[in-house]
Design a protein around this ligand. Structure first.
Ligand code: SF4
Length: 281
Protein backbone atom coordinates (compact mmCIF):
# COMPACT_ATOMS: atom_id res chain seq x y z
CA UNK A 1 0.00 0.00 0.00
CA UNK A 2 2.76 2.34 1.01
CA UNK A 3 4.61 1.42 -2.05
CA UNK A 4 1.62 2.28 -4.12
CA UNK A 5 1.27 5.65 -2.35
CA UNK A 6 4.90 6.45 -3.00
CA UNK A 7 4.50 5.54 -6.59
CA UNK A 8 1.50 7.89 -6.85
CA UNK A 9 3.42 10.79 -5.25
CA UNK A 10 6.29 10.30 -7.59
CA UNK A 11 3.90 10.24 -10.43
CA UNK A 12 2.29 13.53 -9.26
CA UNK A 13 5.71 15.17 -8.90
CA UNK A 14 6.62 14.02 -12.37
CA UNK A 15 3.40 15.47 -13.72
CA UNK A 16 4.07 18.72 -11.82
CA UNK A 17 7.54 18.94 -13.26
CA UNK A 18 6.29 18.35 -16.74
CA UNK A 19 3.56 20.89 -16.15
CA UNK A 20 6.13 23.43 -15.03
CA UNK A 21 8.26 22.69 -18.03
CA UNK A 22 5.28 23.14 -20.24
CA UNK A 23 4.51 26.46 -18.56
CA UNK A 24 8.03 27.65 -19.20
CA UNK A 25 7.82 26.53 -22.78
CA UNK A 26 4.52 28.33 -23.20
CA UNK A 27 5.95 31.49 -21.71
CA UNK A 28 8.77 31.49 -24.17
CA UNK A 29 6.46 30.75 -27.02
CA UNK A 30 4.17 33.57 -25.88
CA UNK A 31 7.06 35.93 -25.68
CA UNK A 32 8.21 35.00 -29.16
CA UNK A 33 4.68 35.33 -30.44
CA UNK A 34 4.38 38.60 -28.73
CA UNK A 35 7.43 39.83 -30.56
CA UNK A 36 6.10 38.48 -33.78
CA UNK A 37 2.66 39.87 -33.16
CA UNK A 38 3.89 43.35 -32.20
CA UNK A 39 6.94 44.12 -34.42
CA UNK A 40 6.57 47.91 -33.81
CA UNK A 41 6.80 47.45 -30.09
CA UNK A 42 10.58 47.58 -30.25
CA UNK A 43 10.48 50.88 -32.19
CA UNK A 44 8.08 52.18 -29.71
CA UNK A 45 10.38 51.17 -26.92
CA UNK A 46 13.29 52.77 -28.74
CA UNK A 47 11.23 55.85 -29.39
CA UNK A 48 10.32 55.95 -25.74
CA UNK A 49 13.94 55.54 -24.92
CA UNK A 50 14.80 58.30 -27.36
CA UNK A 51 12.06 60.41 -25.91
CA UNK A 52 13.37 59.58 -22.55
CA UNK A 53 16.85 60.48 -23.68
CA UNK A 54 15.52 63.66 -25.30
CA UNK A 55 13.63 64.41 -22.22
CA UNK A 56 16.75 63.82 -20.16
CA UNK A 57 18.71 65.88 -22.63
CA UNK A 58 16.11 68.63 -22.49
CA UNK A 59 16.09 68.40 -18.79
CA UNK A 60 19.86 68.55 -18.73
CA UNK A 61 19.81 71.46 -21.13
CA UNK A 62 17.19 73.20 -19.05
CA UNK A 63 19.25 72.46 -15.99
CA UNK A 64 22.32 73.82 -17.76
CA UNK A 65 20.40 76.89 -18.91
CA UNK A 66 18.99 77.24 -15.49
CA UNK A 67 22.50 76.96 -14.09
CA UNK A 68 23.75 79.36 -16.71
CA UNK A 69 20.93 81.74 -15.97
CA UNK A 70 21.60 81.35 -12.32
CA UNK A 71 25.29 82.02 -12.89
CA UNK A 72 24.45 84.99 -15.07
CA UNK A 73 22.07 86.29 -12.48
CA UNK A 74 24.68 85.72 -9.81
CA UNK A 75 27.21 87.50 -12.00
CA UNK A 76 24.81 90.35 -12.63
CA UNK A 77 23.98 90.40 -8.99
CA UNK A 78 27.66 90.51 -8.20
CA UNK A 79 28.14 93.18 -10.83
CA UNK A 80 25.23 95.15 -9.44
CA UNK A 81 26.60 94.69 -5.98
CA UNK A 82 30.00 95.90 -7.15
CA UNK A 83 28.36 98.82 -8.91
CA UNK A 84 26.39 99.67 -5.81
CA UNK A 85 29.54 99.32 -3.73
CA UNK A 86 31.33 101.60 -6.16
CA UNK A 87 28.46 104.09 -6.05
CA UNK A 88 28.38 103.87 -2.29
CA UNK A 89 32.13 104.44 -2.24
CA UNK A 90 31.77 107.42 -4.58
CA UNK A 91 28.87 108.67 -2.52
CA UNK A 92 31.00 108.31 0.59
CA UNK A 93 33.87 110.02 -1.17
CA UNK A 94 31.56 112.81 -2.32
CA UNK A 95 30.12 113.08 1.15
CA UNK A 96 33.62 113.24 2.63
CA UNK A 97 34.60 115.85 0.06
CA UNK A 98 31.48 117.89 0.82
CA UNK A 99 32.12 117.57 4.54
CA UNK A 100 35.71 118.66 3.98
CA UNK A 101 34.59 121.62 1.86
CA UNK A 102 31.92 122.44 4.42
CA UNK A 103 34.54 122.31 7.15
CA UNK A 104 36.86 124.42 5.05
CA UNK A 105 34.07 126.92 4.35
CA UNK A 106 33.16 126.95 8.01
CA UNK A 107 36.78 127.54 8.98
CA UNK A 108 37.04 130.29 6.38
CA UNK A 109 33.85 131.91 7.63
CA UNK A 110 35.06 131.63 11.21
CA UNK A 111 38.36 133.17 10.19
CA UNK A 112 36.60 136.00 8.35
CA UNK A 113 34.27 136.47 11.28
CA UNK A 114 37.24 136.62 13.61
CA UNK A 115 38.96 139.02 11.26
CA UNK A 116 35.85 141.19 11.06
CA UNK A 117 35.45 141.04 14.81
CA UNK A 118 39.08 141.98 15.27
CA UNK A 119 38.70 144.82 12.77
CA UNK A 120 35.57 146.06 14.49
CA UNK A 121 37.27 145.86 17.87
CA UNK A 122 40.24 147.72 16.46
CA UNK A 123 37.99 150.38 14.94
CA UNK A 124 36.02 150.60 18.17
CA UNK A 125 39.26 151.01 20.09
CA UNK A 126 40.43 153.58 17.58
CA UNK A 127 37.13 155.45 17.84
CA UNK A 128 37.27 155.25 21.62
CA UNK A 129 40.83 156.49 21.59
CA UNK A 130 39.86 159.30 19.19
CA UNK A 131 36.92 160.25 21.37
CA UNK A 132 39.13 160.18 24.47
CA UNK A 133 41.68 162.31 22.65
CA UNK A 134 39.00 164.72 21.50
CA UNK A 135 37.59 164.79 25.01
CA UNK A 136 41.06 165.50 26.40
CA UNK A 137 41.52 168.20 23.77
CA UNK A 138 38.12 169.66 24.46
CA UNK A 139 38.27 173.10 25.99
CA UNK A 140 35.87 175.00 28.20
CA UNK A 141 35.26 177.44 25.34
CA UNK A 142 34.17 174.60 23.02
CA UNK A 143 31.74 173.37 25.65
CA UNK A 144 30.42 176.90 26.15
CA UNK A 145 30.00 177.37 22.43
CA UNK A 146 27.79 174.28 22.41
CA UNK A 147 25.85 175.25 25.51
CA UNK A 148 25.28 178.95 24.76
CA UNK A 149 23.27 180.62 22.02
CA UNK A 150 24.90 183.32 19.81
CA UNK A 151 22.83 185.94 21.68
CA UNK A 152 24.09 184.68 25.03
CA UNK A 153 27.69 184.83 23.80
CA UNK A 154 27.45 188.27 22.21
CA UNK A 155 25.43 189.76 25.07
CA UNK A 156 27.74 188.55 27.81
CA UNK A 157 27.90 190.87 30.82
CA UNK A 158 29.68 190.55 34.17
CA UNK A 159 27.71 191.89 37.07
CA UNK A 160 28.92 195.26 38.37
CA UNK A 161 31.63 195.43 35.69
CA UNK A 162 31.89 198.08 32.97
CA UNK A 163 32.23 195.76 29.98
CA UNK A 164 33.41 198.58 27.65
CA UNK A 165 36.18 199.46 30.04
CA UNK A 166 37.07 195.81 30.52
CA UNK A 167 37.14 195.28 26.77
CA UNK A 168 39.46 198.30 26.35
CA UNK A 169 41.76 196.92 29.02
CA UNK A 170 41.88 193.58 27.20
CA UNK A 171 42.64 195.37 23.94
CA UNK A 172 45.39 197.53 25.50
CA UNK A 173 47.09 194.48 27.03
CA UNK A 174 46.82 192.40 23.86
CA UNK A 175 47.92 195.32 21.68
CA UNK A 176 51.18 195.43 23.62
CA UNK A 177 51.74 191.77 22.74
CA UNK A 178 51.00 192.55 19.08
CA UNK A 179 50.89 189.47 16.81
CA UNK A 180 52.54 187.13 19.33
CA UNK A 181 49.37 187.29 21.43
CA UNK A 182 48.91 186.15 25.01
CA UNK A 183 47.78 182.92 26.67
CA UNK A 184 44.28 183.59 27.93
CA UNK A 185 44.86 182.25 31.46
CA UNK A 186 47.61 184.84 31.96
CA UNK A 187 45.27 187.57 30.78
CA UNK A 188 42.44 186.44 33.06
CA UNK A 189 44.90 186.37 35.93
CA UNK A 190 45.98 189.91 35.15
CA UNK A 191 42.38 191.10 34.95
CA UNK A 192 41.37 189.02 38.00
CA UNK A 193 38.70 187.19 36.05
CA UNK A 194 37.53 183.63 36.61
CA UNK A 195 38.26 181.10 33.84
CA UNK A 196 34.57 180.87 32.98
CA UNK A 197 34.07 184.65 32.74
CA UNK A 198 37.33 185.00 30.83
CA UNK A 199 36.33 182.27 28.39
CA UNK A 200 32.94 183.85 27.79
CA UNK A 201 34.59 187.24 27.31
CA UNK A 202 37.04 185.75 24.81
CA UNK A 203 34.14 184.20 22.88
CA UNK A 204 32.34 187.54 22.87
CA UNK A 205 35.40 189.47 21.68
CA UNK A 206 35.99 186.91 18.95
CA UNK A 207 32.38 187.25 17.75
CA UNK A 208 32.81 191.04 17.76
CA UNK A 209 35.90 190.66 15.59
CA UNK A 210 38.14 192.27 18.21
CA UNK A 211 40.42 189.30 18.79
CA UNK A 212 41.34 185.98 17.25
CA UNK A 213 41.86 182.79 19.22
CA UNK A 214 44.50 180.18 18.46
CA UNK A 215 44.16 176.75 20.08
CA UNK A 216 47.48 175.62 21.56
CA UNK A 217 48.79 172.88 23.86
CA UNK A 218 50.29 174.50 26.91
CA UNK A 219 51.88 172.34 29.63
CA UNK A 220 49.83 169.32 28.52
CA UNK A 221 46.56 171.23 28.45
CA UNK A 222 44.69 172.66 25.52
CA UNK A 223 44.02 176.39 25.80
CA UNK A 224 43.93 179.50 23.62
CA UNK A 225 46.32 182.23 22.69
CA UNK A 226 44.48 185.54 22.19
CA UNK A 227 45.70 187.93 19.52
CA UNK A 228 44.45 191.50 19.01
CA UNK A 229 42.66 192.05 15.75
CA UNK A 230 41.29 195.59 16.22
CA UNK A 231 40.42 197.86 19.15
CA UNK A 232 36.93 199.26 19.58
CA UNK A 233 36.15 202.95 19.24
CA UNK A 234 35.99 204.47 22.69
CA UNK A 235 35.31 207.97 24.06
CA UNK A 236 38.29 207.30 26.28
CA UNK A 237 40.51 207.76 23.27
CA UNK A 238 39.81 211.50 23.18
CA UNK A 239 39.42 212.07 26.90
CA UNK A 240 42.96 213.41 27.22
CA UNK A 241 42.97 215.33 23.97
CA UNK A 242 44.48 218.77 24.69
CA UNK A 243 41.97 220.49 22.40
CA UNK A 244 39.19 219.83 24.94
CA UNK A 245 40.83 222.15 27.48
CA UNK A 246 42.84 224.31 25.10
CA UNK A 247 42.85 228.01 26.06
CA UNK A 248 43.43 229.07 22.45
CA UNK A 249 41.06 226.64 20.87
CA UNK A 250 38.98 229.56 19.56
CA UNK A 251 41.96 230.81 17.51
CA UNK A 252 43.00 227.38 16.31
CA UNK A 253 42.46 226.44 12.67
CA UNK A 254 44.35 224.40 10.12
CA UNK A 255 45.52 227.47 8.17
CA UNK A 256 45.61 229.87 11.12
CA UNK A 257 48.44 231.19 13.26
CA UNK A 258 47.44 228.69 15.92
CA UNK A 259 47.10 225.36 14.18
CA UNK A 260 47.18 221.61 15.01
CA UNK A 261 49.99 221.42 12.45
CA UNK A 262 52.27 223.40 14.68
CA UNK A 263 50.70 222.70 18.09
CA UNK A 264 53.14 221.22 20.61
CA UNK A 265 50.27 220.01 22.88
CA UNK A 266 48.70 217.99 20.16
CA UNK A 267 52.08 216.65 19.13
CA UNK A 268 52.81 215.46 22.67
CA UNK A 269 49.34 213.90 23.00
CA UNK A 270 49.64 212.13 19.69
CA UNK A 271 53.09 210.84 20.62
CA UNK A 272 51.63 209.30 23.77
CA UNK A 273 48.57 207.96 21.97
CA UNK A 274 50.56 206.52 19.13
CA UNK A 275 52.32 204.25 21.57
CA UNK A 276 48.91 202.87 22.52
CA UNK A 277 47.08 200.29 20.34
CA UNK A 278 45.68 201.55 17.04
CA UNK A 279 42.07 202.56 17.19
CA UNK A 280 39.57 200.74 15.06
CA UNK A 281 37.93 202.68 12.25
S1 SF4 B 1 45.53 221.84 18.23
FE1 SF4 B 1 46.61 222.67 19.88
S2 SF4 B 1 46.18 224.78 19.76
FE2 SF4 B 1 44.68 223.75 18.53
S3 SF4 B 1 43.04 223.48 19.87
FE3 SF4 B 1 44.24 221.70 19.93
S4 SF4 B 1 45.56 222.01 21.60
FE4 SF4 B 1 44.73 223.88 21.11
Amino acid sequence: MVKKKEKTISYVDKIKAELQALKEKKKNIDQKNKLKKYPKNETRIKKAEIQKLDKAKTKKKEAQEKEKKKAKEAQEKEKKKAKEAKEAKEKEKKKAKEAKEKEKKKAKEAKEKEKKKSKEAKEKEKKKSKEAKEKAERTLEEELEEQLSPQEIEGFQIEKVNMEKLTNKVCVILAEKESTGMIQSELWKKLKLSSRDGSRLALKLERMGTITREKILEKGRWTYKLIIKKTPISTESIVNAPCLTCPVEQKCSLDGEVSPRTCQWIEDWVTIEIKKPKMAQ
